[in-house]
Design a protein around this ligand. Structure first.
Ligand code: AHR
Length: 538
């Protein structure tokens, strides 16, 4: 049990031992968090805790799909260990098949007996890989729409399909909707679905209309994309499930893309704005695959965290631009690709693009990003970490029968408690940290987080980015009083801490009871930590 109280000693667990700092009074804390339980922001959509899988490197083959004949434990070809872990974190939604891959994908390729499906060159092929006879490079299409829908069912999540807008006509999109959602036995396509083993409709609600249409999805201008978008969504049958169309949104701070698209869409009137459910922002921090994931300096620790924190202003700026045209804010923000992007780990195969285990640094990126989404629960209705397994900001790393969870997984597990809660306004006051981002001096907050209310339960998550400094903090609950408190902390004295196939439990969260009663408590946030405090309020 951690010794933490309003007037007692402040204790913290460091490297397995309790370090007792000087006795402090409540006023000794130099940071403060105020949770205003009577100031709701909005409901935290479970879809904010969403994921993404693409036919890229080792994500599908062998991350998700190992095949029914594999010696690796599987359910209908899908890796069992992945299913088991996913169930624990309550994934809100899963996006597939891309990414850039989506705009080269013909869904027909993934239907029918697997042995007869075509073998295609994957979008992500490069000259360095062209001679590799691997499913990561030449896709056997063994994982198609039915397999994806079954994976979603097995892990208890909703499917989100990204349609090909660059290289297939709108007709193919309508037919995919029909294949997925038409009632059993009524159309040729729903019979085709049944023949593939799934008579009952998949009930897919979320449909992405293209991906990164400003780049790999066609190099379109926002005006050209608006024209294509209108055409694609013009007459899509609903089969009892109203499609929620997601537009291919901006790359980071491309304000022109958002303004241009909304302006062009609105030219045809309000009805068209109404037909857009969400606007899909993409933002990656990190080196886009160039720098090492596990070896970095202290300066690079702060730089990545500072870059990740840009999510805050991206949300508010794009939201404000959207509001200039969609004045009632009917269209919500979706961040359907986010994460820290580093170079592939040297011990992962060359075909497993950007596969690495991630470190505590990435966990802090996860924590602060999910906190940002929670704080903007009125604006952000879905987000998808890129990607689930074996690439970029992954929750898992797998190679044949080896499988581990990454620090990102632990953060998703800790933050799952926020899902469906009422995000409440919370203020954080702590000394800023001076950092450098891209060689320019910058400031980073000393503490940040989010809070959600679930009847009498309060979930407070907090990131302390200081790599070697604990942060004694007064936490004040305005409008309620604390009856009990439990903590779960992901931290290490080594900022490079991570899991590996040899040491799968190198970094794990630790639980403790926190002694607390009344409207405030003093809590010491560990250095380089992601903390969840769960409080019962009275
Ligand atoms: O997640 C990897 C790639 O990053 C996606 O395919 C693409 O949409 C983005 O540029």
């Amino acid at each position: 049990m951690e010794k933490i109280g309003r007037r007692g000693f402040v204790g913290t667990m460091l490297a397995g031992s309790v370090v007792l700092l000087a006795p402090r009074s409540a006023t000794a804390a130099d940071a403060k968090i105020e949770v205003l339980v009577n100031e709701p922001i909005g409901t935290i959509s479970p879809e904010i805790y969403g994921h993404f899988i693409e036919h890229l490197g080792g994500v599908i083959y062998d991350g998700v799909w190992v095949g029914e004949q594999s010696k690796i434990a599987n359910v209908g070809g899908i890796r069992s260990a992945l299913i088991d872990q996913m169930r624990k974190i309550k994934p809100g939604v899963l996006r597939w098949p891309g990414g850039c891959f989506a705009d080269s994908y013909d869904w027909h390729d993934g239907i029918g007996p697997r042995s007869e499906r075509p073998r295609r060159t994957d979008f992500w092929i490069s000259d360095a890989l062209k001679d590799a006879d691997k499913p990561q490079v030449y896709d056997p299409n063994h994982f198609g729409t039915n397999e994806f829908a079954r994976f979603c069912k097995l892990i208890g999540t909703q499917p989100y399909l990204a349609a090909n807008l660059r290289s297939l006509p709108a007709k193919s999109f309508y037919e995919w909707v029909e294949y997925c959602n038409a009632p059993a036995g009524l159309t040729t396509l729903s019979k085709m679905r049944a023949a593939a083993g799934d008579p009952e409709p998949f009930g897919v609600r979320y449909w992405g209309v293209g991906n990164e249409s400003w780049g790999c999805g066609g190099n379109l201008t926002p005006e050209e994309y608006a024209t294509e978008f209108r055409k694609f969504i013009a007459w899509v049958p609903s089969y009892g499930v109203k499609p929620a169309f997601i537009g291919s949104g901006p790359n980071g701070g491309d304000w022109k893309w958002t303004r241009g698209f909304f302006t062009a869409l609105a030219e045809k009137g309000d009805r068209l704005i109404n037909s857009l459910y969400g606007w899909g922002l993409h933002y990656y921090c990190g080196s886009t695959g160039k720098r090492d994931a596990t070896e970095f300096t202290e300066a690079e620790w702060y730089e990545l965290i500072g870059r990740a924190d840009r999510m805050e202003s991206l949300i508010t700026e794009h939201w404000s631009i959207m509001g200039g045209i969609d004045t009632k804010h009917r269209v919500k923000l979706i961040v359907d690709e986010w994460g820290a992007w580093h170079a592939r780990a040297k011990d992962m195969p060359e075909t497993y693009l950007w596969a690495y285990p991630g470190t505590l640094r990435d966990a802090l990126v996860s924590g602060l990003t999910l906190d940002t989404f929670n704080r903007h629960a009125d604006k952000v209705v879905m987000a998808n970490a890129a990607q689930l397994i074996n690439t970029i900001h992954s929750l898992f790393l797998a190679y044949e029968d080896k499988f581990i969870v990454t620090p990102n997984y632990h953060v998703f597990e800790m933050y799952a408690a926020h899902q469906g809660g009422k995000s409440v306004r919370t203020t954080f006051t702590a000394p800023d940290i001076s950092i450098a981002v891209d060689g320019r001096p910058s400031k980073l907050w000393g503490l940040q987080g989010s809070a959600s209310l679930h009847d009498k339960e309060l979930v407070l998550t907090v990131v302390n980015p200081q790599h070697n400094q604990p942060q004694a903090t007064e936490i004040a609950i305005r409008g309620a009083s604390i009856r009990s408190c439990q903590s779960r902390v992901l931290s290490s004295t080594d900022i490079h801490a991570h899991n590996s196939f040899a040491n799968p439990r190198g970094l794990e969260p630790k639980d403790a009871s926190v002694t607390a009663s009344g409207p405030t408590l003093i809590y010491q946030f560990q250095p380089a930590s992601v903390t969840r405090l769960q409080m019962t309020l009275g």
